[in-house]
Design a binder for this molecule. Sequence first.
Ligand code: GAP
Length: 447
Amino acid sequence: MASSDPAATSPEARDDDLLDKVINLTKRRGFIFPSAEIYGGFRSAYDYGPLGVNMLRNVKQAWWRSMVQLRDDVVGIDAAILGPPAVWEASGHLATFTDPLVDCRRCHERWREDKIDGVCPNCGSTEFTEARAFNLMFKTQAGPVEGEGATAYLRPETAQGMFTNFANVLTTTRRRPPFGIAQVGKSFRNEITPQNFVFRTREFEQMEMEYFVPPAEAEHWYRYWIEARYAWYLDLGIPASLLRRHEHAPEDLSHYSRGTTDIEFDYPWGFDELEGIANRGDYDLTQHSRASGVRLEYFDQATGERYTPYVIEPAAGATRAMMAFLLAAYHEDVVEGETRSVLRLDWRLAPYQVAVLPLSKKPELEAVSRDVLTRLQAHFMCDFDVTQSIGRRYRRQDEVGTPYCVTVDFQSLEDRAVTVRDRDTTAQTRVAIDDLLGELRRRTGQD
Ligand code: GAP
């Protein structure tokens, strides 16, 4: 069977419509839906559909595996999203987690001053009000009692949960620096201009790790985590040409940071932040020690030394990373004279890793196919599709990034073998059903 060789399709020139194509694909195929769509949507909120939820979980799982599972110096937590004002006073968020807000004097649209280059994106006016500091925290009430005591905030970052649990983790796990606490979960920011699909939304998911180190080792670990995080994106298939590191100038640093390097991705609008790695110094533990009265230090029994660890923080967005993986994976090529769109996702990220496709709806084929499905389901996320022609079904699986299609045909009833089709090369190989699991594990580098 003729096949398209992905190696032959050179790194494509950037497609002007790439963002629209990916947004369209994710909606059409059930990755990402505008939230509350039947009510006209809710600006900047998105729901993850059947394929999107698989992929987002895979992104988070790949992160957890690399940051927690494969290390002996990092543990995880899952902290509350709602928090009392004291946490956010101590962290500095209530005072300084602001963006400069301006109103256009002509059309009265509101903008983030640092994102518009002095020109109103809506009407082109250059006349704006003075910038005001707009706090991005979502404030709410906890419990039925109105008043200060009941005020709560939705966390704008997962990081503070790691600092407020520093002592709990230290005493329960008997760790010593350098060690890290990792967390994956939702964060909320009342962004002035949410934009670019799921790049900047008001509700999003973060994957953050706070790595506590002796102060003298901070610079070493800061550089270490920049490289480790950069390598993670490469390993999961983003080409180096779409990634770069950008070190912030001292005047651009956040209130807590002694140094920040962003890993940037080449989005359709140009290079922009994908993840930030910061040296937060002893800012957070010192602030929370002062405000809570609880000593957040490390006491080294061997040396008798007591110190406040410095923190190196790789802070990534799960939803933003998923968008970058989708953009990097989207390709169009020609197979048997027909243009196809294909997501060349790493198998670890693909919503389905295997699709089992009976050639026809005949009951005897379906029975064998279900047997094949059961053998694979414990090891891979599988789709099962009996609708439409086999060619159409291959295209549908290509479009959502399924690396392997397993086709069960009438010959399978005789020889107990199936055809394995590779998404990227479209090459087809006959494999005995009894060898199928081993073959797919070998192809995905698991055996
Ligand atoms: N704890 C540090 C911190 O939160 P950040 O650079 O503000 O640092 C880290 O956020 C990552 O979270 C960003 O690099 C981005 O991937 C993601 N992120 C931040 N704000 C976001 C938003 N409004 N929508 C989607 N992702 C966002």
